[in-house]
Design a protein around this ligand. Structure first.
Ligand SMILES: CC(C)(COP(=O)(O)OP(=O)(O)OC[C@H]1O[C@@H](n2cnc3c(N)ncnc32)[C@H](O)[C@@H]1OP(=O)(O)O)[C@@H](O)C(=O)NCCC(=O)NCCS
Length: 222
């Protein structure tokens, strides 16, 4: 992508979308610690108070701009400095190259102003080639996340299991993906809980849904 994409938020704010860079690693660690516990929980579906070095390796160093794209939304503060207020990423699943997971985090004082909407619009334009569907896990109580995903395409939401729903979005031009096929996504085969998007160091308090087959690839690597 171009280094800088100008966007306008729903509330009229002018902003910029830029790629996440390795140099942003420490800033990401610090910003994360300023998020509310609720925002952090909704992001990882578990209480994750800090981003560890291992997590930062996944979230920053493994961004390759091909199968893993991560973008930051910057606003200009009244004193003229740039402030990152949102981060969105998309990662292709290894088991099915036509499917990817997405995650978005917006700092609490910018919720509800259109940051996620603007970020996802740019992210979808730069999604990994051939990705025609999004499959992701969302807290059933997370209405903002469901509304945000609903904007992306045709959405299917599973019944909640342990308070978490599997959301499948068929992207509008998904039919052109040679690998997508006409059928449903086999979410159980995607090893959703092994996605770097959800991987975190502290032990998960409860197994996530879709764990029907404990022998699926990656199941032991959490
Ligand atoms: C989910 C999240 C990314 C949304 O970011 P945001 O910038 O506030 O979202 P937007 O302002 O672009 O709004 C997106 C949609 O959510 C709706 N929305 C926003 N806040 C909402 C709320 N509190 N309740 C219900 N709907 C809400 C908006 O109306 C919009 O829907 P619309 O397009 O139908 O009007 C943000 O709340 C967040 O960071 N949450 C914590 C982390 C998380 O849950 N990430 C998603 C899973 S990885």
């Amino acid at each position: 992508m171009d280094d800088l994409t100008p966007v306008r938020l729903r509330d009229g704010t002018e902003a910029f979308v830029v790629p996440l860079l390795p140099a942003n690693r420490e800033a990401l660690r610090e910003e994360y610690e300023h998020l509310s516990a609720e925002t952090r929980f909704d992001r990882f579906l578990a209480p994750v108070p800090t981003l560890t070095d291992t997590m930062l390796d996944h979230l920053v160093c493994e961004v390759d701009g091909v199968d893993h794209v991560a973008l930051v939304l910057l606003v200009i503060t009244p004193d003229g400095t740039e402030r990152p207020v949102g981060l969105a990423r998309i990662i292709r699943y290894r088991n099915d190259p036509s499917v990817a997971d997405v995650a978005v985090t917006v700092v609490d004082d910018w919720h509800g102003r259109g940051v996620a909407t603007a970020l996802l619009e740019v992210l979808m334009q730069h999604r990994p080639r051939g990705v025609s569907r999004i499959v992701t896990l969302v807290n059933a109580s997370n209405r903002a996340s469901l509304a945000m995903l609903r904007r992306l395409g045709e959405i299917e939401v599973s019944k909640p299991e342990s308070g978490v729903q599997v959301v499948t979005v068929t992207l509008p031009d998904g039919a052109d993906s040679a690998s997508a096929g006409p059928g449903r996504v086999d979410a159980g085969a995607l090893a959703l809980e092994d996605s770097p998007l959800r991987r975190h160091d502290p032990p998960s308090p409860a197994p996530l849904p879709l764990a029907g087959d404990p022998d699926r690839p990656g199941a032991s690597r959490r």
